[in-house]
Design a protein around this ligand. Structure first.
Ligand SMILES: Cc1cc2nc3c(=O)[nH]c(=O)nc-3n(C[C@H](O)[C@H](O)[C@H](O)COP(=O)(O)O)c2cc1C
Length: 249
């Protein structure tokens, strides 16, 4: 068997079974007016499954928190209408033999005040900073953290109800979760985030020491609601994307 042949063999990880090992990466589309997956979204995902993708991770979709979204026309993962839209997506992908997981996404400090439909709501970060030294975002409180964790958990619960095969939590690319993987001073009144040594790199060690309770709490809440074998956490290297400015010394 060649290296590429193995891509076309089935895959099973505990309760998740796919026909092959091709996984589609999450890709924001900005094509959901009223933040609802449209019939065009249904067709978009159906075509990917028909084309042979074993597991589709959807574009980032925002759980029910006031500051979760940072962009217009992205799909939300709460509200009857929007969830009904997602249900059509799930059914269409399953009809083609594919599997699908929503990527639950909180934009954190990448959100700019004014972004519709929430409008006058700041982005949320642990330090209030989105560039070094400049507090221009809302400084998250413990209550805010709890609210965001709750929103992820509710999203995971709804994903299961709708028939999704798994859930992915977006913990990468400078958004809310990774802004808690601090590598420097965190000025907000955050008790869950601890400082991480500068030499830390993305590894299980980093996850244990820095991503720690926040990411793990989110993940375990989702796992609790969605079946413990079906929750993934996407992370990226802290030096990539917009990570660094958040916690510059
Ligand atoms: C238009 C676009 C939208 C993306 N949206 C998301 C997203 O919603 N969630 C996410 O985790 N990554 C997102 N990404 C990152 C991709 O999942 C992927 O990691 C990136 O394109 C690099 O993959 P590649 O090296 O195969 O090109 C996006 C990338 C692009 C180009």
């Amino acid at each position: 068997m060649s290296a590429t042949d193995s891509l076309f063999t089935s895959f099973a990880l505990k309760s998740l079974h796919t026909d092959n090992r091709i996984v589609m990466a999450p890709m924001t589309r900005g094509m959901s007016p009223d933040n609802k997956p449209s019939d065009a979204s249904v067709e978009y995902y159906r075509r990917r499954a028909a084309g042979g993708v074993g597991l589709i991770i959807t574009e980032g979709t925002c759980p029910n928190h006031i500051a979760a979204s940072g962009y217009e026309n992205v799909p939300y993962f709460h509200g009857e209408d929007r969830l009904a839209g997602w249900k059509k997506v799930v059914d269409a992908v399953h009809a083609e033999g594919g599997k699908i997981a929503p990527q639950l996404w909180h934009c954190g400090g990448m959100r700019k005040r004014g972004t519709l439909p929430e409008g006058d709501v700041d982005g949320y970060t642990p330090s209030g900073m989105n560039v070094p030294g400049k507090v221009a975002r809302h400084i998250m409180t413990q209550q805010d953290i709890d609210d965001v964790v709750r929103s992820f958990a509710e999203g995971a619960r709804d994903a299961q109800k709708l028939g999704f095969d798994a859930v992915e939590i977006h913990g990468a690319h400078g958004y809310c979760l990774i802004s808690f993987f601090g590598r420097g001073r965190i000025s907000g009144p955050i008790t869950m985030a601890v400082q991480c040594k500068p030499e830390a790199v993305l590894s299980s060690k980093l996850l244990r020491r820095a991503g720690q309770k926040w990411a793990l709490t989110s993940q375990s809440c989702c796992a609790g609601r969605n079946g413990s074998n079906k929750t993934s956490l996407r992370v990226s290297h802290p030096h990539l994307s917009c990570w660094k400015p958040f916690f510059s010394h």
